[in-house]
Design a protein around this ligand. Sequence first.
Ligand code: TYD
Length: 657
Amino acid sequence: MGVCSLGDWLNIIALTALAGNLTQGSGFQAQSLAVGGVFVAKMLPAILLGPIAGTVADRFDRRLTMVVADVVRFAVVLSIPLVGSYQWVLIAAFLVECVNLFWVPAKDATVPNLVPKEKLEEANQFNLLVTYGTAPVAAALFAVVSALTSMVTTAFPASGVQPTDLTLGINAVAYLASAVLIFTLRSIPKDHTRQASTASVLGQIVDGWRFVGGNRVVKGLIIGMLGAFAAGGAVVGVGKAYVSALHGGDAGYGAVFCAVFLGMGLGMFFGLRLLGGLSRRRMFGLSIIVAGLTLAAIALIHDLVIVVMLTVLLGACAGIAWIIGYTMIGLEVEDALRGRTFSFLQSMARVVLLVVVAVASGLAAVFGLHVLTIGGISYQFDGSNVVLLIAALLAVIVGLLAFRHMDDRRGIPIGVDLMAALKGEKFVPETEEQPRGFFVAFEGGEGSGKTTQSRLLAIWLRDQGFDVVQTREPGSTKVGMRLRAILLDATHQGLSARSETLLYAADRAEHVEKVIRPALQRGSTVVTDRYVDSSLAYQGAGRALDPEEVAQINSWATGGLVPDLTVLIDVPPSVGLRRMASPADRIEAEPLEFHERVRREFRALAAAAPDRYLVVDGTLAQAEVSRVIQDRVREILPDPVPHEAEAATGTIPAIRD
Ligand code: TYD
């Protein structure tokens, strides 16, 4: 995929540049139209052949389909510099795209067969990275090739080397390399060829489209993404002409292309992190609005360096919108409809791109070139500027619509939200009632003494005048007590790791809903003996389940409720287990290595978020452990400690466990 994507991007850059070069001297209009023509030729096949090509992937050996497609692409691309006419550029662009239509679904259908189910999402993210990540590589390659060939032609004017020819050569070799690579992947299954499905393809497509139209959020997302795409299409359609007007040449065009994708990468990976606390729905609309404003600036400022810098910002906004849209569709759309939603988005994106690119380059050509002279200062204004301004306006309107349509923080000014996000405050959806009390969890292995310490802390807090609810897991609710009996009964040896995890999570869901959340909402302080981390340590690390999955299940079970402080009482298992007097329950009876894994996981969790954890050495004297805990809790207590109770600080209640 990586090699092929690189080839695809080289193909786009080289062909649009070549179309411009081949029609050089025929005027601004003709050049704009020529570049637009290449895009039309590249988009047309998807619209004409899209649904049919998908079925080919389901009927024939996918590995061979891909290999044949690659060899054909290799031959067609190689022929372009050899023929060297604009007509052939168009035909070749059309042919390559037809072949792509067979290659892509064959690949898409193969990936789920090669990747384990639980890794599919990651694989899809990687797919996006590889698809778009190769674009800046291709653009940089093109810029380098252009610079090199211009050096060569200056030194040896007779050589006649063209950067576009060289780039197409590299492009062709990339396809050939892909053919060889895929040919060696003998593990690509072909079982599907035996059971060619007769299920109505048309019916399935219609179902998917109906769903997209009926879901408010998905509709908002798709309109936003398509709007952004339309704006992008306008840039693509007139980019080459605009860069030429700024005297950028091929290298300048490569730099602008590079800037778009550099920006997208920066936006996808750093933009989201920088504004991590902002509501995703607001960020989606906002990024499209900012993209529109940036585009307007690009259209008006006729300076290639500034345009390149603004283009990075434009790309970053597009990257943010794209990744949020993709992720939110992934979250909002159920599995069975997701594929069709994405394919709807992708085919609509092509239609939009086709129409916009064609209209944009046409419009730019019709408008032509104007020079405004106001008071001695002349300002060149051409069709590409007009198109970019229209696209900017479109992006701003679509962004505003998406923002208003999906806003989940109505009434709160966006500036306030942005400042908070920049300061690193976390966004809390308004539907979720904000708990007011203070929430402490105690964690640790067997015999660590956390039960005793959690009781001591509760007593100390009460002495300070706090209303404290002291509780534990598992078994603090009616249902929880029955779950606890199942979970800890030494005779239930047959319990599978997954059902064990779900039962602990069920107990916790009940605990949060019936005990913890109501108490926090009343303003009480809650001290719990064990919480989510126990499952991450015992079920995740101990039972060797996927920690991500255990975390997800628990985040769902608790509605995302996280303690303000987790006290980890750390004791080597050999010491802790020796302290246990009573007969072993089902989990205590596990071998020492199990408990070692549990301890390692607890410590890793604490190390990953030091501001939310306190790790105490449980082998210290009990009073010492209590003192360390109180010191830390005193620092972060939500309200000032009531004055009259201050005298009591430091007294350790005479309760021993
Ligand atoms: P408990 O009798 O409360 O023991 P402790 O005094 O050690 O807290 O039993 C809890 C047991 O359940 C303990 O061995 C750890 C295990 N456990 C899990 O495996 N996963 C969980 O999520 C929780 C809450 C407990």
